[in-house]
Write a protein that binds this ligand. Structure first.
Ligand SMILES: Cc1ncc(COP(=O)(O)O)c(C=O)c1O
Length: 445
């Protein structure tokens, strides 16, 4: 098989049929930016321009692109067995991958439910939380709590506990019985904090407000991203997550960490739960789980949750939930190889070592054009721009386009630039990312 065997053209001649996700379709299709190849730290356009990847795709290719070991594992698995169901049947790759994952997971998260995406992981976690209380005879605990500005994907459960207005406003009343604690972003008290802001641990107490309002006997779970990514890189205040844990414990509320972007080394530790030393009851992942080569998500559950289902079901299926592709052989093989690569190349440790350099490079933008805040943790950075008067998001979008044309892929969300390169990034490439952003910002009105 060579590149010539690929059965589609490098430049599609019609862009209309593909309704692109989270995309300004009209604008994009007038001036499309295409990528056709990827290797290591780079994408390549059809014309051969090299684009330095400052975002690991979409926070997902932590080991860089086209890793030979992962590609080889997918090829070998496709030849050996393309698909096998995991409903009342099984295949070794899924079991092996689950075993490897729970060895890596923090604390007693010893069981894994496989999904196909971060969105499915969020909805699966919420359903498991509801079922957990139900099988223990606490069926009144049905309320699901999210956080303002939270992002848990785009399915109905995740959208309902999510807190990004545009993601919610078109879709009616969503799930009933959800509520939201307030978000942690406060420029007045936190702007230009290096790492975790000192101010704001008390914001976790907002969960006490909801517990008092609804009564804890009606609340099943609270779900948060330890570091909120899609809403513009919000690093939790020091002590905030621990306080949330304590409140959950007090009221028999399950704590779910959505680690779809923080999992697998992004903060310089296996998971954010390790980094912050706070143990959730359920932890959701996707993206870097397979280095994004084959779509997959995984929901980690503590022993008490798994055991409650197993022990409280006399016979037959314990959890009426699953996907045709739960534990798909190609994804499982890709995931096993990905974990090997993370370990053999020491990528989580590498991220921890690089983090101070990354932070200093980010801080070179302090005082830069339009910059009203800088935020960072591990190999994540957020650069908040002053919105253009009367045209929110326009300044960031223009910056995104110009950086791409200059050969650097960044991501923007509202007026924040969010950066998360593969963990193989070199120091010279870090410099290039921030130098390009700095010089592009000078040209943006
Ligand atoms: C924290 C978080 N949860 C869930 C998701 C949804 O993942 P997916 O797009 O794979 O459904 C994302 C995607 O960016 C995410 O950042």
């Amino acid at each position: 098989m060579t590149l010539d065997d690929i059965n589609y053209p490098d430049k599609p001649n019609d862009l209309e049929a593909f309704w692109m996700p989270f995309t300004a379709n009209k604008g994009y299709k007038q001036k499309p930016r295409l990528m056709t190849r990827a290797k290591g730290m780079h994408y390549y356009t059809p014309g051969g321009q090299e684009i330095l990847d400052g975002t690991a795709g979409l926070w997902c290719c932590n080991a860089g692109h086209g890793h030979e070991k992962i590609v080889a594992a997918i090829k070998a698995q496709a030849e050996r067995m393309d698909f096998a169901p995991t409903f009342q049947l099984g295949h070794p790759a899924a079991f092996e991958f689950a075993n490897r994952l729970v060895d890596l997971a923090p604390g007693d998260l010893d069981h894994v439910f496989f999904t196909n995406s971060g969105s499915e992981s969020a909805d699966t976690a919420l359903k498991i939380a509801l079922g957990y209380h139900y099988v223990r005879g606490k069926g009144s605990k049905t309320r699901l709590i999210g956080r303002e500005r939270g992002y848990h994907g785009t399915n109905f459960g995740g959208t309902s506990v999510g807190g990004i207005v545009k993601n919610r406003m078109f879709y009616g009343s969503l799930l009933s019985g959800t509520d939201h604690i307030r978000h942690t972003h406060d420029l007045e008290h936190q702007a230009f904090s290096r790492g975790e802001p000192e101010w704001g641990a008390h914001l976790a107490d907002d969960l006490e407000r909801l517990a008092a309002l609804h009564d804890p006997s009606t609340i099943a779970a609270v779900i948060v991203e330890p570091v909120a990514g899609s809403t513009g890189v919000l690093v939790p205040p020091k002590g905030y997550l621990r306080r949330l844990r304590e409140i959950c414990d007090r009221h028999d509320i399950l704590l779910i960490f959505d680690e779809v972007i923080t999992g697998f080394g992004r903060l310089g530790a296996g998971f954010a739960a390790d980094y912050f030393d706070v143990q959730p009851d359920i932890l959701t992942t996707a993206k870097a789980l397979t280095n994004a080569t084959v779509p997959m998500g995984a929901v980690f559950c503590s022993n008490k949750i798994y055991d409650a289902f197993i022990e409280n079901t006399e016979q037959g299926i314990e959890l009426f939930h699953g996907y045709t592709y739960s534990g798909h052989p190609l994804a499982s093989a890709a995931g096993i190889a990905t974990l090997d690569v993370y370990r053999e190349e020491g990528l989580f440790e590498r991220a921890a070592e690089l983090a101070p350099y990354w932070e200093d490079a980010l801080w070179s933008l302090k005082g830069g054009h339009h910059v009203i805040d800088l935020r960072n943790l591990g190999i994540v950075a957020g650069i908040e721009l002053e919105p253009r008067p009367g045209a929110p998001t326009a300044r960031a979008t223009e910056t995104f386009h110009k950086c791409f044309d200059e050969g650097v892929l960044i991501r923007v969300t509202a007026d924040t630039i969010a950066l998360s390169p593969p963990l193989i990034v070199e120091k010279s490439q870090i410099d290039r990312i921030f130098d390009t952003i700095g010089s592009v910002l000078k040209t943006v009105a």
